[in-house]
Design a protein around this ligand. Structure first.
Ligand SMILES: C[S@@+](CC[C@H](N)C(=O)[O-])C[C@H]1O[C@@H](n2cnc3c(N)ncnc32)[C@H](O)[C@@H]1O
Length: 391
């Protein structure tokens, strides 16, 4: 008997179609962005240009004249909100194209906030994307080694942009509600990188002194930012927290310990080994403020993103740290719950737990780890403020 043409599979193809549609959409967006940045379109369009002017520019770049294609590219940029298009008057059908404000700020290399000419999230993605386009090669190599030295210096430049675009300001707005922060005279910013957090904390009290603790080669970068944004109350302090103790950095002005030890996103500062050293160097009634990514706080709706990021994470390695399988975590890292109970054991009171993505305290949530209401963020960034109440 001939096969029945009306026989259909038990499940429709929509899930697969949507998956590919979604993937291809992302791919096109990515390469379009790549193209526009490569040819510096946002700077070129920072002054309005007519379509005819853009067409001349297009040819000058060595592309074959193709107005339909060019118009489609411009239209896609308009749809993505990166370029605006408009007519100047009602009786003129000439269309003008101009970089949208957001692209002018972040994607125009002339902007103070541009991250595209040095090392930017865009470049970070581009480098990651390279691994994905050669996934089989990456898998054959087992793990790609990342040279730790250049990795951390590059990271300083990436995190500066991230900080300056708002994170620093709202972190400081949040922290300045604590009297202990405003009154802190001796501050240590552990693994401060660019040092902007320490620098900004030093603004809160004109009698404060802040040391930015960093790996010696990264300190050279730190000094540039202190020069640009800091004062003579801020200094760079070279060291390696795996090899040295923070108590060695105390001096006559604070022999009993620091009033405030701040750390943000440094890999070692979720491990008991480094936490012990930080606690030891904190003065009684002093604060430890740990801004960290605890990935278990990421909501289920980000599970696909999370699993893909775990692949990214396992495609490179650090020479000094042993990673765990989960993105942004290392072998000996504490979980958020583990960190909180460990700090209490060390004689600290948890003053607050603040979710950076949701910009609210989650301390009084019945169970912040399993509460779907608060597990809605996509990075798992928290600030834990703890006060030393026992010596
Ligand atoms: C992700 S960056 C964070 C920079 C900055 N605190 C921020 O949040 O923007 C991590 C920093 O940890 C520093 N770091 C890594 N290992 C270190 C070590 N053993 N001793 C001191 N600093 C270290 C790196 O140099 C890097 O600047």
């Amino acid at each position: 008997m001939a096969k029945n043409v009306l026989e259909t599979p038990s499940v429709g193809p929509e899930q697969i179609e949507n998956l590919f549609e979604d993937a291809y959409l992302g791919l096109r967006k990515f390469y379009l962005l790549y193209f526009t940045l490569k040819y510096n379109m946002y700077e070129y369009l920072s002054k309005p240009k007519t379509f005819e002017e853009v067409a001349v520019w297009f040819e000058e770049q060595g592309f074959k004249p193709n107005n339909n294609l060019l118009e489609s590219i411009l239209d896609a940029l308009v749809q993505l909100g990166l370029v605006n298009s408009y007519n100047r008057s009602y009786n003129d059908d000439k269309i003008y194209y101009e970089t949208a404000e957001v692209a002018n700020i972040y994607l125009n290399p002339k902007s103070e906030f541009s991250g595209i000419d040095t090392v930017s999230p865009y470049l970070l993605y581009k480098n990651r994307a390279k691994r994905w386009t050669k996934l089989d090669d990456a898998l054959k190599e087992k793990k790609l080694e990342v040279k730790e030295k250049s990795f951390f210096t590059d990271l300083v430049k990436i995190t500066v942009l991230d900080c300056r675009a708002g994170k620093l300001k709202y972190t400081l707005d949040y922290l300045s509600q604590f009297e202990e922060v405003k009154n802190a005279k001796s501050i240590l910013d552990v693994a401060g990188g660019h040092g902007l957090y320490g620098i900004a904390l030093s603004y809160l009290n004109e009698n404060s002194k802040c040391k930015i603790y960093e790996l010696p080669h990264v300190c050279e970068e730190t000094k540039k930012y202190i020069e640009e944004y800091g004062s003579d109350r801020v200094s760079a302090l070279p060291g390696d927290y795996f090899k040295n103790d923070f108590v060695e950095t105390l001096d006559d002005s604070n022999p009993e310990g620091y009033d405030l030890i701040f750390t943000s996103n440094s890999p070692g500062c979720k491990t008991t080994e480094i936490i012990d050293k930080i606690c030891e160097a904190t003065a009684l009634n002093g604060l430890i403020i740990n801004k960290q990514i605890f990935t278990e706080g990421i909501g289920d709706k980000y599970n696909v993103k999370k699993s893909l990021e775990n692949i990214d994470w396992n495609m490179f390695s650090f020479s000094g740290f042993e990673k765990s399988r989960i993105n942004n975590t290392f072998k000996y890292d504490l979980t958020l719950d583990g960190y909180l109970s460990y700090m209490e054991e060390k004689g600290f009171e948890i003053l607050d737990i603040y979710s950076l993505e949701e910009r609210k305290s989650v301390k009084n949530q019945p169970s912040y780890i399993c509460n779907p209401k608060i597990m809605t963020n996509k990075m798992g960034s928290y600030i834990v403020v703890a006060k030393k109440i026992k010596q």
